[in-house]
Structures are given as C-alpha cells and as structure tokens.
Ligand binder design. Sequence first.
Ligand code: ZN
Length: 345
Amino acid sequence: MTNNFFKVALLIVSLLYSLPTYSNEEINSSAHHLSDGTYANTSGVAYESSFNKLLKWSWERRSKNLETFKFEVEVPNYKEIYKNENIVTTWIGHETFLYQNKDINVLTDPHFTQRASPLNFAGPKRYMVPGMKIDDLPNIDIVTISHSHYDHLDYMSVKLLAEKFDNILFLVPLGLKKWFESKGIYNVREFDWWDSLIIQETLITFAPVQHWSARGLFDRNETLWGAWHFKNKFHSFIHLGDTGYTDDFKTIKEKLGPVDLAAIPIGAYEPRWIMEFSHINPEEAVMTFLDLEASKAIGMAWGTFILTDEPVTEPPRQLLKELKKYNIPNEDFFTLKHGESYLID
Ligand code: ZN
C-alpha cells in the first residue's frame, strides 16, 4: 500500500512538472460549442461541404481509374509486443495503431473489418488486410476514437474489442458516448478539448484539430473530433486523427510541450478544392511535424482504403519529396509497412 502510495505521489509530481497549465479563461472557453448543440473548429468555422460540391466531385471522379496496390507487409514484432516492456508502436493500417508505452496498451481508431461504411456491401473497401488481427492483440487497456467517421469508428471492431477485453476503456469525443451505449458498451469516457485523465501512469489529453463529424445525413458536427495525446515519464505520443492544416498544432505544442512521436495523416488529400479544409497533404504534414516540434513522426491515413483521388502510392513518395524540401532527415518522419512495429529503446 505504502509503495503504491509512493508511486502515485511520484507520478503526480512528475506529471505536474509537465502538466499543461491553463488560465481560467481558457478552461471555460467553449466557443466551439454552438447554440444548436453542434461543434465548430477553433477558428469558429463549422465544416459544411455543400451538396453541389459533392455532386461536382462525384461527377469528376466517375471517369477516374482509382487503382489499388499491394503494399509490402511485415509481421508485427510479437516478441516485443507480448513482452510488453518497451515502447512499441505497431501500424495496423489507416489510422489504427497499437501503442505500448511501458505502462498502458492503447489502440487508436480501431478498424479491422472489410469496409469503412455504414453498409456491409457498399462503400470504401479495404484493399490491404489489417497488419494484425484482433485475436493477436496483447491486452488492450484503452481505445481512443478521434471522430465518428466510419473509417475511424467501426462498429464491429469496437464490439469485438469490448467483448474480448474485460477492462477495456473507450475514450471518445463529446457526444459519442450515447452511440456506444446504444450498442451496449458502457465503459466509455467522453472528452471535450483539453480534458485530460490519468490512466495508471499516463496522462491522456484530448486536443483540438480541424475537422468535422457525421455518420448519417442529419448528424453533422453533433459529436466532437480531435487528437489524443499520451504522456508518461518514458514517452509522449500524439495521434492526430483527421485534420486540415491549422494553428491548433502550435497551440498543442505550447500547451502540452514538444512530443516524442506523432502519428500524422499524409493521405486522403485530393482534390484540394474539397479536401483542403479537413485533410492535410504531405507538405502540410511536414509543416504539422514542425509546428508540433515532434522528435519523430509516422505517416498514417494511407495505403488501406481509397477515400480520395490521389494515387494510393503517392502519399509516402510525396512525403519523401517534402522532407527533402524542408531539409528533414527521412528517419525523423517516416512510414511503416502494414504490421510493422517501431521500437524505441
Ligand atoms: Zn474524418
């Protein structure tokens, strides 16, 4: 007991040192809560893609030949994953990572099924199988959901995880708890931007990014979106979810400090006239890396579903070009193969 008390006290002291500080004004800031119950971005803009724009995009896409590609896969480093003693980040595909920080095991935006769609017979279909199966996961403590879009919140994946792991906790943006409860999942905590929670010895904070949410035609922006930030005495990691380019990244760095590792989206960006607001391109991903003052970054949101118009092999290639342009070594901002584990020692 005394030992545990000592550990908790030590943790609190070590976290206080790096805890974000807020003024009262900032804590009470709720400008992103609109009077109709929906949410806006920190810029004040709530994303509304016009029906005409979507129609124009669909029309232009009809003649485009969007080809898939068989990317190289790698067997996850199961020895390290099951040993569970080091900092290991395994890319399962799209924005799904297994993140192990010597304290808790986290799964981000878990997607393990065939489609990112409300329908099981239509909608974006996965062309690369997940780099890891649910059956092969180590014990999972925490699942984070960045927002409600189908490629980030997948019903069957969430259901299977809730059944498999007794003590799993789902951390979700404001407004999404009732969706989970409607599916019979009750171990859920909702976060507003800058809310944080300590799980074991890890401080978890939800931070703003520029995006939007919807699962149907009539629920636009009724639930929040954002990035999940993890910090303990060993390591810090941020998973940005989907985002357009925004000053939020500089704010995140100011409030939470420079991060050791960032998962930054590099795909789903064309055509710019429709995607620019809500999805960064590889050049903006590099700017984001610099704004966050991240030591390392992994490019995500590519190589799994065809959601937008750029060729599926373009994001990692384009990332390399942009890194060169900004004089950033390739080993600082890289991509993983599906299933590949990145070990930090
Ligand atoms: Zn999205």
